[in-house]
Design a protein around this ligand. Structure first.
Ligand code: ADP
Length: 415
């Protein structure tokens, strides 16, 4: 008896068994149908899905057991033939238990009236024997080969059922774990981005104060200083926007919507602010704001829209290395009953190769004519699309290499 118990008590096996979550779980049709089929096909009174635990065997399914075992759905190992199936990981076929050296003393004979027995090991794909799928008769019986084969097939179905459950449970566990990790990462990124943006706000504020002072001084030197400060201010804004974009993109990555801070926003005022700020940072480009309406108010997240426009403008400047005109157009369009705000940024720069046009709104995608030559991260347009789409709008591009690009944003006015 030493050997069987060592295998039965193997800690790894017991852990695998515990992870199936089948011990002490209620009976289920999927298993009961298989035991019931076994009793009918083999014409025997009892069939069990017996899971052999450390000190007991637990019946995930039992058909035909006498009371009190039928209600208890378990017996101690003193009443278990199935433990021998687990110990050997081989089928156990017994014609008359009273004469079988392995089980002649087993209490299942007097207490459960087990005389004839066939047990097929329930083995996981990684080789752990969880228990036995068995049939029992109360009279001596010579089991034929076909009967054993049928039981072997049914035992395989039991194992498929068990492994499917384990895989599902494991998937749910991994999903939960991934969600938790994602959540922790988002929290971390939020706090890091907050810490990074704080000093940038200080840099911006100081640059603005000094710029105003320099403007009051009125000398040529002061003008140069004011220009430099304007660039510092714009660079700090850009960095701060990039940090926010990265943060937003982490939400996109996990499929979570952004928490938009929507309030009445005049797109004309917003565009003028961004254009003015950018005009002061470039001498090589002329940025012109063209509007067909004095005001264009919708309920939008102004901070994020400002970031989107800043991005399009800084791209227009960056990808027009020879300078040139840049137009920012704001207009209102009516489409049936829906009013749309339309914002365009048009440049005369490098343009985008036709082969890249479909992909430039994807994260990290950079067109072949600029990648490796002009610095960039490839997240600005992906972030822009995320923001615009979450407002119920759309962003599109028309571009020709060597001629220029036109980015168009349409936002529903929901009025
Ligand atoms: P980045 O500019 O940091 O590379 P973006 O997401 O803003 O990232 O842009 C993605 C790509 O789209 C750019 O790398 C560039 O190839 C192309 N692109 C964007 N705007 C323009 C533009 N105005 N002119 C030419 N190419 C552009």
């Amino acid at each position: 008896m030493e050997k069987p118990f060592a295998a039965v008590r193997d800690l790894e096996r017991l852990e695998v068994l515990r992870r199936t979550a089948l011990l002490d779980s209620p009976s289920e049709g999927a298993f009961d149908r298989l035991t019931s089929l076994a009793t009918r096909v083999l014409r025997c009174p009892v069939a069990l899905v017996s899971l052999v635990d450390q000190e007991r065997q637990y019946f995930k399914s039992c058909i035909g057991l006498p009371e009190p075992w039928a209600s208890q759905r378990e017996t101690p190992l003193t009443h278990s033939f199935c433990q021998h199936v687990v110990a050997s990981a081989q089928p156990l076929i017994i014609e008359d238990a009273r004469e079988h050296p392995l089980v002649a003393e087993n209490l299942a004979i007097p207490d459960l009236d087990v005389i004839a027995y066939v047990g097929i090991p329930l083995i996981t794909s990684d080789g752990h024997t969880l228990g036995s799928f068995c049939v029992i008769d109360h009279v001596p019986r010579a089991w034929d080969r076909e009967e054993v084969e049928i039981l072997t097939d049914l035992a395989a179905s039991v194992m498929t059922e068990i492994e499917m459950r384990v895989a599902n449970a494991e998937n749910s566990r991994l999903l939960r774990q991934a969600r938790e990790a994602m959540h922790a990462r988002n929290e971390f990124l939020s706090s890091i981005s907050h810490d990074l943006k704080n000093p940038l706000a200080g840099i911006k504020g100081t640059a603005q104060v000094l710029r105003r002072r320099a403007a009051r001084m009125g000398s040529a030197d002061a003008e140069t200083i004011a220009d430099g400060l304007a660039r510092i201010d714009a660079a700090a804004t850009k960095m701060s926007h990039q940090i926010s974009e990265l943060l937003d993109l982490t939400f996109l990555q996990v499929g979570e919507p952004l928490e938009l801070d929507q309030r009445p926003t005049d797109l004309v005022v917003l565009a003028r602010g961004v254009v003015d700020e950018y005009q002061s940072t470039t001498e090589t480009h002329r940025i012109e704001l063209q509007t067909t309406t004095p005001e264009l108010t919708g309920v939008w997240d102004s901070g994020r829209l400002e970031r989107v426009l800043t991005n399009l403008l800084s791209n227009a400047i960056k990808y027009s290395p020879d300078g040139g005109n840049i137009a920012v157009n704001v207009s209102r369009h009516q489409d049936g009953r829906t009013g749309w705000a339309v914002l365009e940024v048009v440049d005369e720069g490098l343009g985008i190769p036709a082969t890249d046009l479909d992909r430039i709104f994807e994260r990290f995608h950079r067109a072949g004519n600029v990648a490796g030559r002009i610095g960039g991260t490839g997240i600005g347009l992906a972030s822009a699309r995320q923001v615009v789409e979450q407002h119920g709008g759309a962003i599109t591009v028309a571009s020709q290499e060597g001629v220029g690009s036109r980015f168009t944003i349409r936002l529903p006015l929901n009025t």
